[in-house]
Design a protein around this ligand. Structure first.
Ligand code: URA
Length: 433
């Protein structure tokens, strides 16, 4: 078999055989296929797509390219959640604590930021001492004890994805349904969860910009999950404006703590309880979604979720005093600079991806794979779409370690609109599965 023939076949719009997909994945992992041929096939897949059966085969071959965690020694139904990526999307952090507080095991293997989107691991590393690397044995031990752990992919989970993901990032082939679906599901199947809920983001700040594409991605993800016998469903949720008010690693940890103290932004708490409600049903602790959502609300407001979060931080080597004194423990930026409104009206647009880029340029995200992050920087939205604002009032606060942020202000002014009227956008569009 020759890689050039496989590229030609896909480039011409034909369906790859299982053997050809296996040859490709094997060659990626062994290093025998050079980056330029991998990239060429990724671009061919980007333009020609894949059938459901090709997608499922690619996922399974990527999954079996590495280790498979065996979580069967953990009692109970293991439930996990994954987001396709967004701006200000810190849901996984408080949600894991909320679900664990109900006694449902949540083995969460998360990722780092990609492009303008933030990553759960980067956010958690803003907590001094927090370790995202852990052996399989320790991961299992912690879930048995605390019910939750949030870590990075252990050792050799889906090594084909690691290579492909890095090449997609630099060849502009990230927003492809078969490539996103196989990337997410190969890792999730390998991580050994019994049930999975996927938050498929839609809109400007998401990889899928339209509802139709988001629906197609959600269907692909759910069909792959169900195909391997997992309980699996997806929610399609808004990412036209950032989620919550905080964007930036330490700021997002602080906001996660606010949520667990019952003081979080309304949209964020609403999404956590919505996703949580489904997870509680999947985990067998409630009969209806409504009942599950009520339970999630209860553990947010009675402090049980916060307790779980504190325990998880402590067990992963982090300074758990952060939940009591977040501003003393989390890194703080030297300057807090307000962005005043140029006119009176209603906020009608806050383009999520560009606001994510602004936070990245402050140092909160990576422009190159090995960039070091500045955990303290970011953006705090004082207003969101649908909020009234007066001329001169602060739209948002820039947290920066440099005094001159004129470049950042320009991006923000260019991507925030104030009009005479505007409606608050919908948060949850539909469920799939
Ligand atoms: N998250 C992943 O793990 N993979 C993607 O391709 C996109 C989001």
């Amino acid at each position: 078999m020759r890689m050039v023939d496989i590229i030609h076949k896909k480039r011409s719009g034909n369906v790859l055989s299982d053997q050809e997909i296996q040859f490709f994945v094997d060659g990626v992992v062994s290093g025998e296929i050079p980056d330029y041929q991998i990239s060429a096939l990724l671009m061919a897949i980007y333009f020609q797509g894949m059938t459901d059966s090709e997608q499922a085969t690619l996922t399974m071959k990527m999954m079996t390219s590495g280790d498979h965690l065996d979580l069967s020694s953990i009692p109970g139904i293991k439930v996990d959640k994954h987001s396709t990526g967004g701006v200000g999307d810190k849901v996984s952090i408080p949600l894991a604590a909320v679900i664990a507080a109900m006694g449902i095991p949540i083995p969460m293997i998360s990722g780092r930021g990609l492009g303008h989107t933030g990553g759960t691991l980067d956010k958690l590393e803003a907590i001094p001492g927090y370790q995202v690397e852990m052996s399989e044995a320790k991961f299992i031990e912690q879930i048995k004890r605390d019910k939750c752990a949030i870590i990075g992919a252990t050792g050799n989970i889906a090594p084909a994805d690691k290579k492909i993901y890095a090449l997609r990032d630099v060849t502009d082939t990230v927003d492809s349904i078969p490539l996103i679906a196989s990337s997410i599901m190969s890792k999730k199947i390998a991580s050994g969860t019994d049930a999975l809920i996927i938050d498929v983001k839609t809109g400007a700040g998401a990889f899928m910009k339209t509802l139709d594409d988001s629906r197609a991605l959600a269907k692909a993800l759910v069909s792959i999950g169900k195909g391997v016998g997992m309980q699996c469903m997806a929610l399609i949720t808004d990412m036209n404006q950032p989620l919550g008010r905080a964007i930036g690693n330490a700021l997002e940890i602080q906001e996660s703590i606010d949520v667990l103290k019952g003081n979080g932004p309304t949209d964020l708490e609403k999404l956590i309880t919505a996703i949580g409600g489904y997870m509680v049903v999947m985990g067998g602790k409630a009969k209806t979604i409504g009942e599950g959502q009520k339970l999630a609300e209860t553990v947010i407001h009675n402090g049980q979720g916060l307790k779980s979060f504190k325990r998880m931080i402590q067990d992963q080597g982090g300074d758990s005093n952060v939940v009591d004194e977040p501003t003393d423990i989390l890194p703080q930026a030297a300057y807090q600079i307000d962005l005043p409104a140029k006119r009176t009206g209603i906020i009608s647009k806050m383009v999520a991806d560009e606001i994510g880029v602004a936070s990245m340029l402050l140092g909160g995200g990576r422009q190159k794979a090995n960039d070091k992050l500045d955990y303290s920087v970011g953006i705090y939205l004082n207003k969101k779409i649908g909020d009234p604002i007066s001329e001169g009032e602060s739209i948002l606060t820039i947290h920066s370690n440099r005094k001159d942020v004129e470049d950042i202000k320009k991006i923000l002014y260019d991507n925030i609109e104030i009009s005479a009227t505007a409606k608050k956008p919908k948060l949850i569009y539909e469920t799939v599965g």
